[in-house]
Design a binder for this molecule. Structure first.
Ligand code: IPD
Ligand code: CA
Length: 254
């Protein structure tokens, strides 16, 4: 089994494990509006041990246990949308990304509430349950929907300014609480953009591969210290790339 196949199978298996305690797993606080459940930790352990068994030389960084960088690097979010998961809101996922020498190469996201497996490999396209995905053809911000991710890692005033700028440009706003699924929505053409002023690499590594392989664009998220410390993120289609980048203030290479 290669890394692409492993990522897809493991995301589905781990998502089914997570779903056994959907809305019921014991919760602890990691910070302001930042929770972790017992299942986040159990799912991460499961994914880590499967990767370590199949590819013992690969590096792994996960949201709950951390880890170190490497030329062959897995970025794991055992449960993205943990606040939704803990409250029984069916909008969360398992996200598994893989970078080869810093290049986002494989992405797999499983949405257990809808039995949706999103997979992509660099150069091979992006698929939802086997059907090829393509980003939205929309070319007008005034008819676009943009998800603006939020966390307490950036000041509230900066988030309000971001939302204000997107609204002033005519866009509609969403914020549904899973960066990974927000990117999957862009890849599937269900929304036109995703923007967040700071997001961590495990939240978005898989989604970046999905968006790019579905014909979309993202900024160079892994530049600088993106892997270790996170970065701003913007993802959209070709037609809106320059306009949304200008509105959000994050450059996207065209
Ligand atoms: C968070 C979600 C949220 C995003 C935050 C993430 P978590 O991850 O993806 O949508 O806006 O930046 O930290 O805490 O649910 O794993
Ligand atoms: Ca996350």
């Amino acid at each position: 089994m290669d890394r692409y196949e492993l990522a897809g199978e493991l995301a589905r298996e781990a998502g089914r494990l997570a779903h056994t305690a959907f809305g019921t797993s014991a919760t602890k606080s990691k910070g302001v509006h930042d929770v972790v459940t017992e299942m986040d930790r159990a799912v991460e352990r499961h994914i880590r041990s499967a990767i370590a068994k199949a590819f013992p030389g690969d590096a792994i960084i996960g949201e709950e246990e951390g880890g170190g960088d490497g030329h062959r690097l897995w970025l794991i979010d055992p449960i993205d949308g943990t606040a939704n998961y803990a409250r029984g809101i069916p909008h969360y996922c398992v996200s598994i990304g893989y970078l080869e020498r810093g290049v986002p190469t494989v992405g797999a996201i499983f949405d257990p509430s809808h039995d949706g497996l999103y997979v992509a490999e660099r150069g091979r396209g992006a698929f939802l349950n086997g059907a090829r995905m393509a980003v939205s053809p929309c070319d007008d911000l005034a008819t676009a929907t943009v998800e603006c991710g939020w966390s307490t890692r950036r000041p509230a005033a900066d988030y309000i300014a971001l939302v204000d700028r997107v609204l002033a440009a005519g866009g509609a706003i969403r914020r549904v609480g899973s960066g990974a699924l927000g990117l999957a929505d862009v890849a599937a053409g269900r929304s036109e953009g995703y923007a967040e002023l700071h997001i961590n690499a495990w939240d978005c590594a898989a989604g970046i591969v999905l968006v790019r392989e579905a014909g979309g664009f993202t900024n160079d998220f892994f530049a600088g210290e993106g892997v270790a410390r996170g970065n701003p993120l913007i993802a959209t289609n070709a037609a809106l790339c320059a306009k949304l980048a200008d509105v959000v203030g994050i450059p996207i290479p065209g």
